[in-house]
Structure formats: C-alpha cells, structure tokens
Design a protein around this ligand. Sequence first.
Ligand code: AMP
Ligand code: GLY
Length: 420
Amino acid sequence: MNIMILGSGGREHSLAWAIKQNPKCDRLIVAPGNAGIAMLAECADINILDGDAVATFAEENAVGFVVIGPEAPLAAGVADRLRAAGLLVFGPGQAAAQLEASKSFTKAICDAANAPTAAYAHFTDADSARAYIRAQGAPIVVKADGLAAGKGVIVAMTEEEALAAIDDMFDGSFGDAGAEVVIEEFMEGEEASFFVLCDGKTLLPVGTAQDHKRAYDGDTGPNTGGMGAYSPAPVMSDAIIQKALDEIIRPTVDEMAKRGTPFQGVLFCGLMIQNGQPRLVEYNVRFGDPECQVLMMRLGGQVLDLLQACAETRLDQVSVNWAADHALSIVMAAKGYPGSYDKGTVINGLDNQPEDSFHMIFHAGTSENAGQITATGGRVLNITARGHDLTEAHEKAYAMAQGIDWPEGFYRSDIGWRAL
Ligand code: AMP
Ligand code: GLY
C-alpha cells in the first residue's frame, strides 16, 4: 500500500518511521516533510491546507491511505475533502475537529455528556468577561476560543493578569481565535495526556504520556509547544485510565455520534488528575508533538495496522501489542525559542548517533543544504530513546543529546523529573 502522511514536524517523522517498519507499507510519501523525513520517505512539496491539491496528488500517486498529522488541515476540512474523493483517511472531518478547534464547542459537549471538567463561562464581549473575572477572582484561566497554536491560554494567578488577557484577546492579538473567550475555573493537580483511537464507536487506548510545556528547567520560563515527553505517565494508573474512559471519553464519543458527527481519529485527552479523579483540560484531535514521538517509539510498525483499522471502522478487531517499556524524548530548540531565534544555523554530530528501535533522532524544523543539516524552526530535533525503565530511556536520550554539536541550540536537562 502507498501511504501519505501530511505534516512536517517531529510528530510526522515519528509516524513515518513507525509506519515504514510495517511490511504493508510500499511507497511512503510525506507532504511537505523535512530533512529527517527525507532520509526515509519521499517528500512532496504541496500545501496541505489545500484539500484539492492533496486529493489530486494522492490520486495521481495511487495513495491507498492518508494519515493527517497536524490540526490545521483537520480543522480546514481536508479529511472531508479526501474522503469525498474516495480516499481512506486517518483523522476527523471538520465537524468533529471542533473538539480541538473550538473550546466553547468542547465545553458544551462536556456539559451534554456530563464529563468532569473545569466550570466555565463563554463570552463574546470584553465587558461581561471582565465582570465575570471580578466576580470569580483569581486564580482563573482565560482561553481564546479558536486555534491559537497553543498560545491562546492564560493561566492567570492574579485578577490583573486575567483582565490584561481579556484586553489582549479583544484587541485582536489572537486574531479571530480571540473574538470569543472561555473563562475557566483553575484546576489543581497533575497533568497527563491520554491517547485513544476512536473509529466513531470503538475506543482503543494507545498510550499515556507527560509533556513539559515550559521552556526551561524546573518548569520555568515561557510556555512552548512542548520541550520533552515520556511514556507511560505513572500518574495514569489503570483505575484512572478506566475512569477517564468511562466518565469522559466514552460519553464524549457517544455525544459526537448522537449529533451525527462521529469522531474518527486519535483523541488526545489532556487531563488534570487530583485525588484519584481525572478531569478534562482539553481535547486535541491529533497526536501530540512531542508525545507522538514517544508513543511511536513504543508502538513501532503495528501503528499502521491500528491507524488503518481506525480509518476502516474496525477497531473492535485489533488490539495493541504492548512491551513493558518506556520511552523519553528531549526537544532541542533554537536558542530564543519560543521567542525569536536564528535560522539556518548548522547542526553537526548527527551522523555518529545510533539509529535503531531503541534510539532515534526525529527531526522537526530542519532542512538540508549541500549535505549539511540546518535548523529552520523553533523546535528542531527530538532525541528519543526507549528502555526497560524510564531511567534507562533517560540515560540513552541524554547520552545522544550530548553528542550533538549545535551551539545555537538548547534543551532542558530535566525531562522526566516528575517520574524519575
Ligand atoms: P490547553 O491549551 O487548553 O491545553 O491549555 C494549556 C495549558 O494550560 C494546559 O496544559 C494546562 O497546563 C493549563 N490549563 C488549561 N486549562 C486549565 C485549567 N482550567 N486549570 C488549570 N490549568 C489549566
Ligand atoms: N505537546 C502538546 C501538543 O501537541 O499540543
């Protein structure tokens, strides 16, 4: 089968790496891809937000299965466009992608499904939002309603911060995403991510992980897209997994089906756990980045069978073959990220690194120029390793990181601290 993956980050590199290991994979094409992906797949330079362009390319290249990595094409309806062309697709259509693309939509679904989450209110004008914040007091959480590349959430520890966030959002600094806001109760507890494949009916958990959102050691500094991850997350005990499935995910998926917009794809459940009770922080409708990298390292080639069964609505016929293993991924980012940073700096030392089912460096923002790998983005490399326990995965990943010669890059030295 010819397979096409849409996206260009470390998430898509890890999906390509795992899918390529499955003997069912013939040609593997990634659009647009990056320098690391180009070492194991063909890269196609097409605009992945343009459903017509993707459909035409897929038809011309006899693609049998399309896997959509990021949220933007899902929210833009690219999965619907490809399905209309008769293609097999992994990822939700536009209506179901609202679970990530609209925070107020998700809150309304949680209400209807009776799923535990933070209490909230939804506003379309600044004055009522300010009055609500003054009445509730801090800490409180202000969220732009729409997609804001992970930057639309302000966890305000003071009332002043929350009011300033309202000013920013209604002043247009978040574009259309901020024209509506959701204001939420601040939840305390430990965060974890839970990934569940869903074909509209059947649920299949494919792993838990913990991300590290802040830029610097000790969970300090600005919020980022994620500076490292590990899987499994010890806080996700069997009992909490079961509660999350029974109380949050199953009712959500049933409610989506009832509305005529069944969810097909991977549901990325951001959970807050306190006193043995999970509550929903947010849904994403795609794998996390860098969480995907640790999940793919643990799942390997079987992931193709799982994603295909999901797209073909036969998840009830497959199961996950788990090894008792752990994986950890360190993000190397350009100095200055998530603020401004230099582009085009040269990365050395990649050639000497081990590359096997226990060690892999996934590329995010890289490109190749005259045989040299250069950094083109904020998050650039995901140094990922697997071990029999987290300590072993941690040691292997940090040993690899030390072998990389990129003076303009940085990484956190404490990935996995909470579990180690
Ligand atoms: P989100 O984009 O909704 O995941 O929010 C980004 C981050 O903000 C989450 O990962 C949490 O760390 C934090 N957050 C979001 N909502 C809440 C909440 N209601 N209470 C506490 N922290 C929150
Ligand atoms: N690492 C968080 C995300 O992918 O949204």
